[in-house]
Design a protein around this ligand. Structure first.
Ligand SMILES: Nc1ncnc2c1ncn2[C@@H]1O[C@H](COP(=O)(O)OP(=O)(O)OP(=O)(O)O)[C@@H](O)[C@H]1O
Length: 342
């Protein structure tokens, strides 16, 4: 079942652009420039892109905060802006910068108020809260006013608050930003559980690619308001030719590393004791067997391709991204004059 269906989604803002020493002109800029996105129930979607790519603007249109300038969008079959109140009962939203908790109330009371706001039956609310308390380890700070919570504690509270009414789709904008290792793991673990259960669809924007690697099977990359990749992380690696590496440490140096079928020699250390082969058509076992027949192996490891590297290449690659053909002067002028009206 399709829960998000956006076609030709576009959002324009009017910005004031510096055109001379004292002159400024108003220009229309597309923050989101024709995005098509279909998300099925239960998917875990990573929605990423460099700063200013249009991620938050997209999320705001999907959640009914911003009216699209053009395009069609349905979330849970509803028009987000026109049917915002009905939509609010079907989605949950966690925006790292904004809180839906009451600052002066203890978490427990915020959760209770939310039960009334969303009119959730008491038993359902209690069951969901119990699950969140267990998985997010809330009990140590349930009675602490929100303003006294650490960022990690508050984020765990925000996640709970977004889920107590049992939303079908959960939108998360940078949910792990600024969290320490323990809180980040707690939040990731929780989202992973939620996704595996299969009835909540997750749409996650983050600059932390480890979040994406651990949680999302599908990755949509946007740049300058357009989709530049929509597929799995493996497909992204494939597109950029990044390969898994088999790294072999040898007992004795090898002056001439052998050619192995289905693999490409990637690196040899100066002392000739470590070789790395990039897997093309061969599997790990074939490469290891090939090497073992020619040298005495001390250690073998397999290195997965680096997602940071491949995503950085995607962000940098103008040939892949026609949206980048705005001139450098135009972009520089905008950067100097960020004043804008919606
Ligand atoms: N209210 C607004 N008025 C004018 N321009 C805006 C407004 N909101 C966003 N923009 C512009 O739209 C573009 C996309 O912004 P958006 O916040 O969606 O990017 P983002 O991908 O979420 O970035 P980040 O990763 O930095 O959060 C940016 O160039 C931004 O300056």
């Amino acid at each position: 079942m399709t829960v998000i269906d956006a076609r030709g989604l576009r959002k324009e803002f009017t910005v004031r652009v510096k055109t001379g020493r004292l002159r400024r002109e108003r220009r229309v800029r597309a923050a989101v420039d024709g995005i098509d996105l279909r998300v099925e129930r239960g998917e875990m979607l990573g929605y990423i892109g460099p700063n200013g790519a249009g991620k938050s603007t997209t999320l705001k249109m999907l959640t009914g905060v911003l009216m699209p300038s053009a395009g069609e969008v349905r979330v849970c079959g509803l028009r987000p802006v026109a049917q915002r109140t009905r939509l609010a009962l079907r989605i949950g939203v966690v925006f790292g910068q904004r809180s839906q908790l009451w600052w002066d109330l203890p978490l427990r009371e915020s959760f209770d108020l939310l039960r009334h706001v969303y009119r959730v039956p008491a038993a359902e609310h209690a069951a969901r809260l119990r699950r969140c308390r267990d998985l997010l380890d809330l009990d140590g700070f349930l009675d602490v006013p929100v303003r006294q919570l650490s960022l990690g504690q508050r984020m765990r509270g925000e996640l709970t608050a977004a889920l107590l009414h049992g939303p079908e789709v959960l939108f998360l904008d940078e949910p792990t930003i600024g969290l320490d290792v323990v809180s980040r793991q707690a939040v990731r673990g929780f989202l992973g559980e939620l996704g595996r259960a299969g009835d909540t669809t997750l749409v996650l924007t983050t600059h932390d690619l480890a979040d994406i690697e651990r949680l999302c099977r599908r990755l949509v990359v946007v740049d300058h308001g357009r989709v530049v990749h929509d597929g799995s992380i493996a497909q992204l690696h494939h597109r950029y030719g990044s390969r898994r590496l088999v790294v072999a440490d040898l007992d004795a140096p090898m002056v001439e590393p052998p050619a192995l079928p289905g693999a490409r020699l990637h690196q040899v250390t100066a002392d000739g004791r470590r070789l790395a082969y990039a897997l093309e058509s061969a599997g790990v076992a074939e490469v290891v067997a090939g090497l073992a027949g020619l040298a005495s192996l001390r250690d073998i490891s397999v290195v997965e391709p680096d997602i940071e590297e491949v995503v950085a290449r995607l962000y940098r690659s103008p040939a892949e991204n026609p949206a980048q053909d705005r001139t450098a002067d135009e972009r520089a002028a905008e950067d100097e004059a960020p004043a804008a009206t919606a």
